[in-house]
Design a protein around this ligand. Sequence first.
Ligand SMILES: Cc1ncc(COP(=O)(O)O)c(C=O)c1O
Length: 477
Amino acid sequence: MLRNQVQLLSKIATNDGHGEKSPYFDGWKAYDSDPYHPKENPQGVIQMGLAENQLSFDLVQEWVRNNPKSSICTTEGADDFKDIALYQDYHGLPQFRNAVARFMEKVRGNRVRFDPDRIVMSGGATGAQETLSFCLADPGDAFLVPTPYYPGNDRDLTWRTGVKLVPVVCESSNKFKITREALESAYKKAQESNIKVKGLLLNNPSNPLGTVLDRETLTDSLNFITEKNIHLICDEIYSATVFSEPRFISIAEIIQENENCNPDLIHIIYSLSKDLGFPGFRVGILYSYNDAVVNCARKMSSFGLVSTQTQHLIASMLSDDVFVDKFISESAKKLAIRHAVMSQGLAQVGIGSLESNSGLFCWMDLRKLLKEQTFEAEMELWHMIIYEVKLNISPGASFHCSEPGWYRVCFANMDDETMRVALRRIHKFVMQKKGVERKQCRRNKLEISLSFRRLDGTHKMSPHHSPMNSPLVRART
Ligand SMILES: Cc1ncc(COP(=O)(O)O)c(C=O)c1O
């Protein structure tokens, strides 16, 4: 059967480039087969592996109710139905590109200008990344990507394009900062393997770290790509999720300040999936400062246009300055509160997380709970958390983290009560685990003293029975 398939289908159809076999997706499957519901399935798996921003839908729904003309499926908007339903120009509706450009400027504190004619639409950031990968690199070429990074990059930039990703190893000792040494080392490794490096992909703010890149790192990265004459792709899809200082600095600001850089090498990936919380609308944006890339990507965009119905609605929503200003500030406040609940909830039981100020997740440090500092131990702990504590969190290995023991926990895709249940489960789990460790520690000490006595020949040992096969058997809500 498999052999036939390999013969009949293409290499792309039969390889594992989609990356579905990673634990990141396994967690989703575990959730799908046993989803938590407060009444119908209170012992089910809570989804904490999905970076969705559900906290501000009240504002959006209020706007939709107050603006029936913006939808073509209302009495007030039905007159526009025909125009919207017919074939569209692949440049996109001018009012949509204008509104998105203005929104991107607002999110960046109006410090930069975006030209609507450089906005290319795509099916989410996913489609934008792939389109850009097709434009910048040939099969076998590579992009450098600092670790830990969003697992979808492995699919989006590489699967159908044949492009490779080369990790730039970042470490917890300096809060996963991207250093010049790490960039050079990754570049050198690629060269030694005869891989042509075509660019560097930065994700700012970072998924999974929830941190923003500082001016120094952005400038260093810009200098690095300028020296090597390679591209710089900045995935800025979490830019409006920054909820506290330091503020977000877009690469658009940095190039404005650096006259010597070559704008032809700079490209921004954007989407409304995180900042507005609309991943279902598949609004992705490729913004390139390179004319040839804009032209080619626009032609390619025929494969992943945003439906005109969505463009029509978004154009209207994002042109409403009062709504946009309110949304941006309210959303940030709500995220700040959630983040505090999550990080403080973890801290109460001695669990640390990387200090962060953006994103829809915490980068949780469970190194102390690992049996040993290995990726096998990380997976073992993850299995306990998903199948016994029933929380779908994502292990660091799926983000190519170089050190075991880090996990991403999403906090903005659930209501307050579910959040409380999740935290209660974490508390119970950690307390039990600590209890076991204390008992184990006491037992080890006892065993040492007993074995010393045994050496003396004065005592007989009874066979030891482990009190705990799994510390999590009762770790339910
Ligand atoms: C860093 C990053 N880039 C791109 C994407 C894909 O976003 P979209 O839903 O717009 O395709 C995600 C989604 O989680 C992401 O976290």
